[in-house]
Design a protein around this ligand. Structure first.
Ligand SMILES: Nc1ncnc2c1ncn2[C@@H]1O[C@@H](CSCCNC[C@@H]2Cc3ccc([N+](=O)[O-])cc3CN2)[C@@H](O)[C@H]1O
Length: 282
């Protein structure tokens, strides 16, 4: 009789899972933040003059989610920030403290350079101006630099993705995560496990704002740096959220027009999820 983890296939499953995650980590050693920003955060995907451009759609989803009255608290944590800041442009007006996180030092450095007003690979001004217009504000950079209190290493495949003590014992009041989980998980099971790991970073009844790719099987993280992605559909996203202790509040989907398919990935759509950590469940 084997115990729970002595079964050969049980050990085999865990071994395969670890190998898949390790293989993914080695892909990321070649990630090139500047190239990645060029591929995804410049026109046409980031064209503020176009109603159907992807970035304005994402910013509108985040603006609505942060300002419709149910999201509040002290601490907002961005999971897998990459080299981008757009995820927290609306949230920085709602929370006193924002933590950015990423797996790679090169991305954390890219974010630090912007925070210390040392420039960076991309000019975020059009993004700040766009969100200021949505909010009827005139200024955002100073607020952003004031509330972003740290940029921490993270690994969503660990049961404890952040270093001990990184969060208050009650957890974060809100999590945001954009295009991270599906592009760091070798398969759907790993994606669901990672969702479960970040769910534990959240206080009960806290919110998760999750943006991700639908139907994506790879993307380029730099010239010739092809990174595998677990292709997801809406039903899988909803099932994974439910399995990892979230209650879905809203799901919105954007389908890429032809001219947004620029060869840097095979994304067919983008999902936006607003969810809540299940009421009082363990
Ligand atoms: N184990 C880990 N834990 C946490 N973060 C990790 C881990 N491993 C890597 N990371 C970290 O996660 C990564 C986040 S960037 C992942 C890129 N996601 C796919 C890309 C993005 C994108 C953007 C925009 C649009 N669009 O249509 O507009 C489409 C797409 C689809 N392609 C990267 O920062 C890495 O450093």
């Amino acid at each position: 009789h084997y115990g729970a983890f002595e079964r050969p296939n049980g050990r085999m499953d865990m071994k395969v899972a670890e190998n898949g995650v390790a293989a993914m980590a080695s892909c990321y050693q070649k990630f090139d933040p500047a190239a990645y920003l060029q591929y995804n955060y410049t026109p046409p995907r980031a064209d503020f003059e176009r109603k159907d451009s992807i970035v304005p759609w994402k910013l509108a989803c985040l603006h609505r989610a942060f300002t419709e009255g149910d999201v509040s608290g002290e601490l907002l944590v961005d999971i897998g920030s990459g080299p981008t800041l757009y995820q927290v442009l609306s949230g920085c007006e709602v929370f006193n403290k924002v933590l950015l996180t990423d797996f790679l030092e090169v991305n954390r450095q890219e974010l630090k350079r912007w925070l210390q007003a040392e420039g960076g690979s991309l000019d975020w001004t059009p993004y700040l101006q766009h969100v200021c217009k949505l909010e009827g504000r005139r200024e955002k950079a100073a607020k952003l630099r004031q509330v972003i209190s740290d940029i921490l290493p993270i690994d969503v495949h660990r049961p404890q993705p952040l270093a001990p003590g990184a969060l208050p014992s009650a957890g974060a009041d809100c999590l945001v995560s954009c295009f991270c989980l599906e592009s760091v998980s070798p398969d759907l099971a790993a994606f669901t496990r990672a969702l479960g790991h970040i769910q534990k970073l959240l206080r009960p009844n806290g919110h998760l704002l999750l943006i991700g790719a639908l139907g994506e099987s790879y993307y380029f993280g730099g010239p010739g740096v092809k990174i595998p992605v677990v292709p997801l559909n809406e039903a899988q996203v909803c099932a994974s959220l439910q399995q990892s202790g979230f209650t879905l509040i809203r799901l919105e989907v954007y389908t890429l027009p032809e001219d947004m398919r620029v060869g840097v990935d095979d994304v067919t759509g983008v999902f936006f999820v607003k969810a809540r950590k299940d009421y009082g469940l363990a």
